[in-house]
Unconditional design. Structure first.
Length: 117
């Protein structure tokens, strides 16, 4: 599981939940380093969970589009706490996880694809 979340408190909260669901988590705080890592380790993950709003030139939707184009076998879940992003995420055809999430909603989002690590 590749987790891309710039808020360290959110990342610290979600990682143990992902691990309890059986995921091995690799975390980055921005899209650019996540892409650099993913391009070299694509076989190491089968899912990407990304926040929408992040620092840097690329946001989470840009990252999701990149992953869809370059790593189409990966399951994508895009999370956001901003209602104004929900339409854009769903129009893009991405699975959305609304913040605040709970363990059950996170598990449902991950089960919607074929996520095992």
């Amino acid at each position: 599981m590749l987790l891309v979340e710039d808020n360290t408190d959110v990342a610290a909260a979600i990682q143990p939940v992902l691990q309890a669901l059986g995921c091995t988590v690799t975390h980055f705080e921005a899209a650019a380093p996540a892409i650099a890592w993913l391009d070299g380790h694509a076989g190491a993950v089968d899912a990407v969970l990304t926040d929408v709003v992040m620092p840097g030139a690329m946001d989470g939707l840009g990252l999701a589009r990149y992953v869809r184009e370059h790593h189409p076998r990966l399951h994508l879940v895009v999370m956001t706490g901003y209602a104004e992003h929900l339409d854009e995420i769903t129009r893009g055809g991405f699975e959305v996880l609304a913040k605040p999430w709970n363990a059950a909603s996170l598990a449902r989002a991950l089960r919607s694809g074929t996520v095992s690590a």
